[in-house]
Write a protein that binds this ligand. Structure first.
Ligand code: ADP
Ligand code: MG
Length: 241
């Protein structure tokens, strides 16, 4: 079953000339799938995620989550949690408060918030840091708190937009593996945006390649490498020519 479906979905920014940032995107993401959306800077990755999250208008076509047309649905009703590149934490709140804040806004019971935060902290190896403020954490720990904020919401879909770009190279490699393992464990349908070919080749079940707002190919990393359907995909994925 497809959890997420883009149906000829476009976002056209009304600049002069207009920019077709996402152009008739047709894409299905299956239940429990880890899909990597990859492409060079400006190819429309963030815009596509923001359309799905309801943070950007859909000018043509439609988007479905669990067979429900969400094209015009407010973001808060979409059962999605997003981890951004700049995952600002609230500096005056502890790790636990940062992780539980969205649930508090949704008036989830205090005991339920505590339980979910504790569970997420265990998954993310943050149990000993729950009472700390963000400034007393390393970059990698802060990144995990940002993940925790998404996990406690138990959404139908996780969206991650270059969540590792603030980490140094060594930590990025470690965190990559952790995110992939975590996704496997939770089984939550995930769309992960990156411009990094290595992340695309190693993290997901399938990879969707975007260029200039146009979907070039969507397949397993192996198939993209072995059978790229055009020269751009071949070049981008480093296939032998
Ligand atoms: P990516 O995330 O792949 O780097 P984006 O989705 O951010 O790409 O951008 C896709 C295209 O849309 C780019 O050409 C970008 O300049 C343009 N774009 C993004 N946001 C806006 C905006 N608010 N107004 C006008 N053009 C935009
Ligand atoms: Mg982007």
């Amino acid at each position: 079953m497809a959890v997420v479906s883009f149906r000829e979905a476009s976002r056209v920014f009304p600049s002069t000339p207009p920019v077709r940032a996402v152009d008739k995107l047709d894409l299905d993401v299956a239940d429990g799938e880890f899909l990597v959306l990859v492409g060079p800077s400006g190819s429309g990755k963030s815009t596509a995620l923001r359309m799905l999250a309801g943070l950007e208008d859909v000018d043509e076509g439609a988007i479905y989550i669990d067979d429900r047309d969400v094209t015009d649905m407010p973001p808060k009703d979409r059962d999605i949690a997003m981890v951004f590149q700049s995952y600002a934490l609230y500096p005056h709140m502890t790790v636990a408060e940062n992780m539980g804040f969205a649930l508090k806004l949704k008036r989830v019971a205090k005991s339920e918030i505590t339980a979910r935060v504790r569970q997420a902290a265990e998954l993310l190896d943050l149990t000993n840091y729950l009472d700390r403020k963000p400034k007393a954490l390393s970059g990698g720990q802060r990144q995990r708190v940002a993940m925790g904020r998404a996990i406690v919401r138990e959404p139908a879909v996780f969206l991650m937009d270059e969540p590792l770009s603030n980490l140094d190279a060594k930590l990025r490699v470690e965190t990559r593996a952790n995110i992939a393992a975590l996704q496997k464990r939770l089984g939550t349908t995930t769309i992960y945006v990156t411009h990094d070919q290595v992340e695309a080749m190693t993290m997901g079940h399938r990879v969707a390649v975007l260029k200039d707002g146009l979907l070039q190919q969507c397949d397993t990393p192996r198939a993209l490498y072995d059978q790229p359907t055009n020269a751009f995909v071949a070049g981008f994925m480093g296939s032998p020519s």
